[in-house]
Design a protein around this ligand. Structure first.
Ligand SMILES: *Cc1c(COP(=O)(O)O)cnc(C)c1O
Length: 358
């Protein structure tokens, strides 16, 4: 059990009047969770304090060598007025797996859950009310040693911030165009593809910007060795429904093991679909697109839940999926996942963790 000291702000911000204008990650709540790690002492000084800047030495390790990991999750306000989380234990475990790869001391699952819940309870009035809105939660850990030597830091900061966020599909679910990246890569065996670390994103920005300039929403990454097999999109895993069967890349080191991915696979299997976690060549996907057996393509991730794909462009070849409309399986996954998250349908899976009354 952490002994969390709580210091409330004396100057609370006004809550946003128009929740349709929230967007994502632009506005932050009044408080943050912070805890420090010192070698020999372990994690200490757990506290919730007013949201504020960090004091940082210019030689702070994270600024130079990116020794950092993070998580992304949401708190939802149910119709009955409960503030709840979706499978937060999965985020706790993944943060430990990411930390291990980046030589960052792990945060025990119980401490992670206690910290998230304590902060969400303090910030419960920051969980927005409108349909599809949520409180986005961003836990992160960074190396805070001062010095330019390349080695594992002896000091770390674990912090959690919260951003009230708007409905992802405020204008309705819009299928997107995806650029299949054939030049840059995101991950390769032995690297950090399976972790949520800032460095993965830093290396991906250029491809994303170039694709965006050409009117694409995201890039689809191929495997880093042969550029032959599909792996995932920007910040989402990706699934393909081909001739009735669902395919997605296996999480064997280069793909981020998404909580949404895992949950969708469980639901799909329960509904009687065959789901293959296997390497699929982009060539075969394009072929299926041309011969009419590529029925649905969708990304999965906490932000959008599912994001239908209407077009894939690979080396100048294009395939169009589902006539630009969201497919029935994609829609069913969206309705079921969001139904549980916002408490509109019963949680038959034990995935919902209530935090407090709203
Ligand atoms: C976070 C993330 C995902 C999705 O994970 P969820 O747990 O479903 O939100 C997929 N790919 C990458 C690269 C990510 O960073």
């Amino acid at each position: 059990m952490l002994n969390i000291q709580i210091t409330k702000t004396t100057t609370p911000k006004a809550k946003p009047a128009d929740e349709s204008q929230l967007g994502f990650g632009k506005l932050f709540s009044d408080h943050m969770f912070v805890m420090n790690y010192t070698k020999g002492q372990g994690w200490h000084d757990a506290r919730i304090v007013p949201y504020q800047p960090f004091q940082m030495d210019p030689a702070c390790v994270v600024l130079h060598y990116a020794q950092e990991v993070f998580e992304g999750m949401k708190a939802y306000r149910s119709a009955e007025g409960t503030i709840q989380l979706f499978r937060p234990d999965c985020n706790a475990q993944r943060l430990q797996d990411s930390s291990d790869r980046l030589c960052i001391p792990p945060i025990p699952t119980e401490d992670f859950l206690q910290a998230v819940k304590a902060l969400v309870e303090v910030e419960k009035d920051w969980v927005p009310h409108e349909e599809g809105t949520s409180l986005y939660i961003r836990p992160f850990v960074f190396a805070s040693d001062v010095g330019l030597g390349v080695h594992a830091s002896h000091e770390y900061v674990f912090a959690i911030i919260c951003a009230p966020s708007g409905a992802y599909y405020a204008e309705g679910i819009n299928p997107v165009k995806i650029y299949v990246e054939d030049d840059y890569i995101r991950a390769a065996p032995g690297l950090t593809g399976y972790t949520k670390c800032g460095g993965n994103y830093a290396a991906s920005i250029k491809a994303g910007e170039l694709a965006e300039e050409q009117g694409f929403a995201q890039v689809l990454w191929l495997d880093g060795v042969e550029k032959k097999y599909v792996e995932e999109v920007g910040s989402m895993n990706i699934m393909f429904k081909i001739a009735g069967k669902i395919y997605t890349a296996p999480c064997t080191g280069t793909v981020l093991p998404g909580v949404t991915r895992r949950s969708c696979i469980e639901l799909l299997k329960e509904w009687g679909y065959e789901v293959e976690e296997t390497r699929v060549a982009i060539e075969d996907i394009m072929k299926a697109g041309h011969d009419g057996t590529l029925e649905e393509v969708f990304g999965t991730g906490t932000a959008a839940v599912v994001s239908p794909v209407k077009e894939l462009d690979w080396k100048g070849d294009k395939v169009f999926i589902g006539g630009g409309e969201i497919g029935p399986v994609t829609q069913r996954l969206y309705d079921t996942m969001t139904g549980m998250q916002w408490g509109r349908i019963p949680d038959t899976k034990g995935w919902i963790v209530p935090v407090c009354k709203g």
